[in-house]
Each structure stands twice: as C-alpha cells, then as structure tokens.
Design a binder for this molecule. Structure first.
Ligand SMILES: Cc1ncc(COP(=O)(O)O)c(C=O)c1O
Length: 411
C-alpha cells in the first residue's frame, strides 16, 4: 500500500461523515470530483420525484397546488436553505436561476440607493454575473458597471457613487474564499450595499448572512446542495430591506394577492416580492429531498472534512505538479472553498483522459483543471486514487491521444 493509501485509510476510519455516501446514487467505478459543478442525486430524490409526479401531479392534478403545498415551496424550501446560510425565516426564497436572481438583486440594491449609480464587481467573477450586471446597467440610464482587477482591488474602487458591490464568495476558477465579514463591512461603511454570490459556498462553507448584516445573497442549489440539473436557485434579502424592496420582474407570484387577478401590480409583503412566476415543482421536489440529507448534519463538520480532503489532495498532488509542469492555484491556507484548481498547459486533454478512467473533474478556460471535494460522498481513499490516476495520465502521456483534444460543448 502506498503512503498516500495508508494515510487515506486512517483518515477514512476517523471520518464522522463516512456513512453519508450511502445516501447518494453514484455509479460504480467513478470518483466524482465535480460536485462543485453538479452534485449527484441523493437516492431519496427518486422517491420524492415519483411521489410528486405520480401521486401529486397524476392523481392530485391541479388540487396539489394547495393540497401538496406546491404554491409555497419557494418559501418553505427557501427557509431551509436560509438555515444553511445563516438567514432568519422569511428572508430567503428558492426561485428562478442564479442569473435571474443576480438581475433582481442588483435592481433592488440600485433602487435602495437612489443617489448612486455604479455597480461594482470583480473582473474574474463568474461570467453570468458580469453579463447580467452589464444588462442591468444598460437598462438604467446613467448606470455604470465598474470592474476591479481582483477582490483585493474592490475596496479601493468604492466611492460615493457606488450603489452596490457584487462579490463571488468563492472564485470559481481558483477556489479562493473571500472574507465576507471584512468586505461586507467595507462596502457598507462606504454607504453601498453588497450582493454575495454563494454558488460555490452554500452547503459546504459556514455562512452567517444575518450575523454579518449582509444585504443580499444569491446562489444555485445544484452544486453542493445536490438539488439536480437546473434546480431553482435562491435569493436572500435582509429583512431590513423588505419594506423598500423593488425589482422589475414584478410577476404575479410577487403580487400581494395573486388570485385576486387585479389588473395592477401590488407588491407582496416580505421576501415573496422577489418571486416572479410559476416555478418548476418537480425540480423543487428533488431539491427538497436533497435538503433532507443535510438536515441532521452540522455545516462545521462538512467544512472540517472539506478542508481535510482538499489539503490531503494538495499534499499528494504537489510533487506531481512539480514533475509535470503543473501548478496548484488554490490557496493553501484556509482561505479556500471546497475545490482545488491546477493550471497546466494541457489541462483539457488531461481532464478528458481522467474522465475516461472514471475520475470526473472539469476544465475551465484557459488552462485550469478543477477538482471539487464534496465531503458527503467522497472518501480520503478516493482522493488518493484520483491522485494516482492523475500521476499515471501525466507520466504515461495518455492524454496525448487525439480523442481527448476534441472540445465538447460543455467542458
Ligand atoms: C459563481 C456562479 N454564479 C452563477 C452561476 C450560474 O448561474 P445559472 O445557474 O443562472 O446558470 C455559476 C455556475 O456555475 C457560478 O459558478
């Protein structure tokens, strides 16, 4: 047994979350290092979907909007996501996509700071955040999008024209974790509002939105929350902002009395103002099953294992990187999320060669291999085996096979 494998065996023996893997459907022979992109299905999601489709849709038909609680799933699931991100009940709804929620949050923040007209973000944000911010700026005459080179440069750019600062909690490429307390404080002291994108931290990093007085947060539920492909996203608004909350997608689900069928819009009270229209109930039900899995697990235990898995991976992979011209670009200290990113000239074919061996990670342009370490279904043995496979792919040159160079639509 290699040194890595024997250390892994000891770590697995002491892992309090080891038993949770049984709750997930994972194919035999696969080591899944892409839960930072799409989490695997919790086994209970299949029964939940069956119940929602066959019984509630098939038998209950339209009655299920009331009888099965479909109409309020946005709120009931929102509160459960809220528990995972340090939000009080009534401050979070599950709805729409992250992109749409960025749109709503930026508009809402701009409306709350009428004398200011700058949206600020960092250039390396996940692209959809910036594309949406551009769209918001374009739709409000006089509004400007100001980009900082990196998160460290964000504070210096804030001035008395800055209305809102949009920040990715974890950098989707490098995995660097931003200091939410410090940045929120800085933004707010300058009189601006903050919107945090929690896509890469919800469910895997402890988050205290209310304790830190965060204004808005948005995020997806298909990564570490395992809600399924295209699962609805969430949006949080601090209760202190509810009264003045305005957003332009004023659909009927955000109306004070949706079934009064009034001709004019009257906003709902509270967080429901951030809804828009009818939601995908089957997807919400898969998410419900996924949230059930997290019910009795302490996020602190998840975080402890996440840091242990990523640090074990970095320890084993470092000498390989040195030998094969690769470079770990993820912070070694605790300032990281739950992924490790490695830069290598041939990152794309290397990742494809690993996938063929059942080690599933992903590639992000221009040259990054990303490996996500979701603590609920990965073991330290998985980490050691993945590193062995990476060493072999690089040492054998297996990645040179031309079939690995063909770029797929989704990388
Ligand atoms: C930080 C971040 N924001 C937003 C998104 C995607 O948004 P949407 O779910 O609207 O496609 C992603 C997807 O990976 C992401 O990583």
């Amino acid at each position: 047994m290699s040194a890595g494998a024997s250390k892994a065996a000891a770590l697995d023996l002491a892992d309090p979350l080891g038993g949770k893997r049984e709750l997930f459907q994972l194919p035999a022979g696969v080591i899944y290092l892409d839960g930072n992109s799409l989490g695997p299905p919790p086994k209970a999601a299949f029964a939940e979907l069956e119940q929602a489709a066959r019984q509630e849709w098939g038998e209950g038909l339209i009655r299920s909007w009331n009888a099965a609680g479909w109409f309020t799933l946005t709120d009931t699931l929102g509160d459960r996501v809220g528990c995972l991100i340090g939000a009080d009940a009534g401050e979070t709804v599950v709805t729409d996509t992250t992109s749409i929620n960025v749109f709503k949050a930026l508009h809402a923040a701009l409306a709350l700071r009428p004398g200011r007209n700058v949206i600020q973000a960092e250039r390396d944000s996940f692209p959809t955040d910036l594309y949406i911010a551009e769209g918001v700026a374009a739709s409000r005459p006089g509004t400007e999008l100001r980009l900082a080179a990196g998160s460290a440069d964000l504070p210096a750019l804030i001035d008395d024209r800055t209305a809102v600062v949009l920040i990715n909690h974890v950098d989707y490429r490098t995995g660097a974790l931003r200091d939410m307390a410090q940045l929120t404080d800085h933004v707010q002291r300058a009189g601006a509002l903050v919107v945090w994108d929690l896509c890469h931290s919800a469910g895997v990093v402890p988050i205290e939105l209310d304790a830190l007085g965060v204004d808005f947060a948005i995020g997806c539920t298909y990564k570490y929350l395992n809600g399924g492909p295209g699962a609805p996203a969430f949006i949080f608004a601090n209760r202190g902002h509810h009264e003045g909350l305005v957003q332009p997608l004023s659909g009927w689900w955000a109306h004070a009395a949706p079934f009064a069928m009034e001709s004019g819009y009257r906003p709902a009270a509270g967080i429901r103002r951030l809804l828009c229209g009818t939601q995908p109930i089957l997807s919400l039900r898969a998410l419900k099953a996924a949230l059930d899995v997290l019910d009795d697990i302490d996020i602190a235990a998840i975080r402890a294992k996440s840091l242990a898995l990523t640090s074990f991976f970095m320890e084993l992979v470092e000498p390989i990187c040195r030998d094969f011209g690769a470079r770990i670009i993820t912070p070694r200290d605790d300032g990281r999320g739950s992924q490790v990113a490695i830069a290598h000239e041939q990152a794309y074919p290397v990742v494809q060669a690993l996938i063929e061996r059942g080690i599933i990670g992903d590639f992000r342009a221009p040259d990054i291999m990303r490996f996500g370490f979701a603590p609920l279904y990965l073991s330290f043995r998985d980490v050691a085996d993945a590193v062995d496979a990476l060493r072999d792919v690089l040492a054998s040159g297996a990645w040179r096979d031309p079939k690995f160079a063909a770029r797929a639509l989704v990388t």
